[in-house]
Design a protein around this ligand. Sequence first.
Ligand code: UTP
Length: 408
Amino acid sequence: MTYQEAYKKLGTAGQLHVLAHFYSLTEEQQKNLLKDIDLTDFTVLSYLEKREELMKKGEITPLAVMEIPEIEKSRAWFESLGYHAIRQGKVGTVLLAGGMGTRLGSDEPKGMYDIGLTKPVYIFERIISNLLDVVEKASAWIHLFIMTSDKNHEATVAFLAEHDYFGYKPGYIHFFKQEMAPASDHSGKVYMERKDKIANSPNGNGGWYSSMANGKILEIVKNRGIEWLNVFAVDNVLQRMADPCFIGATIAKGCVSGAKVVKKNAPDEKVGVICLEDGRPSIVEYYDLTEELMNAKNEKGESAYGFGAILNYLFEVKALQETISKKLPLHIVEKKIPYMDDSGNFIKPDKPNGYKYETLVLDMVHMMENCLPYEVDRHYEFAPIKNMTGIDSVETARKLCLENGIEL
Ligand code: UTP
């Protein structure tokens, strides 16, 4: 891209400040910046004006959850269906590890964080160890697709190789990178990371399937005959993936997707709530849940929206294929964005200073014909690490690991 082309693209997007230092840059830096401008999709920024509109929801009604007592009654049957699918190679797992983990505040990829007390116990290690439990019981390896981003790809790949993949078979691990999006200040002007680099960040966890398609990873899925993908977050250290009972229950109910959910510990707990939106399955983020819905009761007198999704979804590959042509809604999220100030200093803000533009995997549920909400015991399966201390933190996750007999 030439300077003139860049000027035109930025002018249209109202982002000409990106070129402010252009003539003070070396030739190499100028080239880098022009390439960055060429690769950046500035159109997402125009959604800032429509933020209110983007947040509008359809009609929300309850969706029945398969609760633990019902699961227990059919556990043997569900597990046999699940193990059968796993042994036939029909199940793959997708670890979403492209996030920046800004709330945790570590410079390394979140999966490299060590939660050990007496010995190193890395988040990646915990997750792989849980997956190995299923591999051992099934006597079958399960493909593990790991999504990274430009920001953490090299570090993640090197770390897992250095630790011999924590015992996982390397041939069953496949990395792919997600795409990036620019980050802006509150008025929609993109931040600069350096004079020759736009501040960009991973474009949210919703892009995983299209990134798999772009990275040719989907060919592996298709060639190996994988029919189900279990997508999960890196930060829940008790995460149970490729769970045979969950897979079997989803198959038995004839559903094209499933979502692991937990009973909320309070009506205002900060988890996305599973429900129907305009008659289709949906997950409504806690900040979109009105007071009225938060306190609504069902016919049994229980909370009508009392189950939260824990970012562990099962999707039928066939159903995912149909989503590829559809656009996921954009979420404009307030975050801390490191940037270069007017004097050229690199600043790491200690409070949110702008927006990131992301799509989210939870919106894929709304694209599905149906979804089985499957309850799991939160003390056994839900220990998210978002912060260093306090709620959903290293502290709370350590406590839950110890309560589950995991040595730290
Ligand atoms: P979070 O929503 O907690 O985001 O991610 P984050 O970036 O890790 O953390 P904060 O908000 O900056 O503190 C939930 C899951 O989605 C993945 C994360 O790695 C985590 O497993 N994720 C998030 C991606 O893979 N890509 C993204 O762009 C964002």
